[in-house]
Design a protein around this ligand. Structure first.
Ligand code: SF4
Ligand code: SF4
Ligand code: SF4
Length: 375
């Protein structure tokens, strides 16, 4: 009775030239590493190495389908969905996946639950692109595969979406949607040859466009191409976080946090930062931009609502920058340093006044407080 094992379809490698019709091949499996262009041998060598180790077994079936008797007998296969999978054990709870998802397809409880609601998910892969630690992955776009393509590419790399690949005009490496490509890999690809491109075939008419729009913010547009440019550098991409750190060095936008007047150096932001980008040193709040993924957790948790964050290229991104500096508060009577900052004292005193409570003692050291309190 033949191999009764249900064979789930497996990524295959597709290299085409010109407008060769690929629809028949695509109907056989949605999972493939594919390329159109003049460097087929290069691509085949890299892709075949990764097709073998791809984690296709993690993927949900494309349609809820039990194996038929015929499949049982003939060793048929179940069509897999080219989408994302999550590995909660790797998650640092930055929340970027759930915040970025254009379909609100995440069940997300910080520190507890991380699940993709596949019934809602549109398979855009954006959550894969924004996850700094590959706790969200896309088996049809493994990081190792991207890194090897970048390290070995004979010329500027171009990623083209599935629609463009099927259309047959554009040359490049096929991805399900360009929004699935972690941008740090695009920047490392750009650093190899000066620029790298990602081609979105259908633009605003595509159901996945909301994901591309978010993904492409800050990249130069040239027609249907999103273009990343970077300083030339032989830096070698690696895993997701390692490549993020390198991307920062070649001009990839990283988190730029700003702190306005009113910060009390309470440290709430430092405690929630999932990448340790923020530190408190003495009476200074500091940021290492290369570590900031602009998740916005610090902004959300800041009790004084004085923080903002945006993505932007930063010169010397590994250099720790002071975001806010304050002086220690001093006793108004003896001048001794108090165990909190000027702004904290100001804030506490203000709150006490708002509650019509005495506030002068905030600016006194313990000794002077005792001396000045009525016997
Ligand atoms: S693949 Fe796209 S739609 Fe699905 S969970 Fe991720 S971001 Fe949301
Ligand atoms: S983006 Fe990645 S690390 Fe951040 S919450 Fe989502 S899965 Fe976790
Ligand atoms: S500094 Fe703020 S925005 Fe940046 S990673 Fe930390 S918590 Fe997120």
């Amino acid at each position: 009775m033949g191999s009764a094992v249900i064979r789930r379809d497996k990524p295959s490698v597709l290299v085409v030239r010109g407008r060769e019709d690929v629809t028949r091949l695509l109907s056989q499996t949605p999972l493939f590493f594919a390329y159109r262009g003049p460097h087929g041998d290069w691509f085949k060598e890299v892709a075949e190495r990764h097709a073998e180790s791809a984690e296709w077994h993690l993927l949900p079936p494309a349609e809820s389908k039990a194996a038929t008797r015929r499949e049982l007998l003939t060793g048929g296969f179940i069509r897999l969905r080219d989408t994302v999978v999550v590995d909660q054990s790797r998650c640092i709870w930055c929340g970027l996946c759930a915040k970025s998802c254009p379909a609100s397809a995440f069940e997300y409880v910080e520190g507890k639950t991380l699940r993709v609601k596949y019934e809602v998910c549109i398979d855009c892969g954006l959550c894969n692109a924004v996850c700094p630690v590959a706790a969200v992955k896309m088996p049809s776009l493994p990081d190792g595969y991207l890194a090897d393509l970048i390290k070995t590419a004979p010329g500027p790399l171009k990623f083209i979406c599935d629609y463009a690949f099927q259309d047959g005009e554009e040359e490049g490496v096929r991805v399900k949607c360009i929004a699935a490509v972690p941008r740090q890999y695009l920047y490392l690809a750009a650093a190899r040859h000066g620029e790298a491109r990602a081609h979105c075939f259908r633009g605003e008419t595509c159901p996945l466009w909301p994901a591309v729009e978010r993904w492409g913010a800050g990249l130069r547009r040239e027609g249907e191409d999103f273009v990343a440019q970077a300083e030339r550098s032989p830096l070698q991409p690696g895993d997701r976080w390692h490549t993020w750190m390198l991307g920062a060095a070649v001009g990839m936008p990283v988190g730029v946090v700003k702190v306005a007047e009113g910060c009390t150096l309470c440290g709430a932001c430092v405690n929630v930062c999932p990448t340790n980008a923020l530190t408190l040193r003495g009476h200074e709040l500091r940021l290492t931009p290369a570590l900031c993924v602009a998740c916005g957790l610090c902004v959300d948790k800041c009790p004084e609502k004085v923080m903002t964050v945006e993505l932007a290229p930063v010169p010397n991104p590994y250099e720790t920058k002071t975001l806010f500096r304050d002086q220690p508060a001093r006793c108004r009577l003896c001048g001794r340093e108090l165990p909190y900052t000027e702004s904290m004292a100001r804030r506490v005193a203000q709150r006490l006044r708002e509650s019509r409570l005495p506030s002068d003692h905030v600016y006194l050291c313990e000794e002077c407080r005792l001396k000045s309190s009525p016997a």
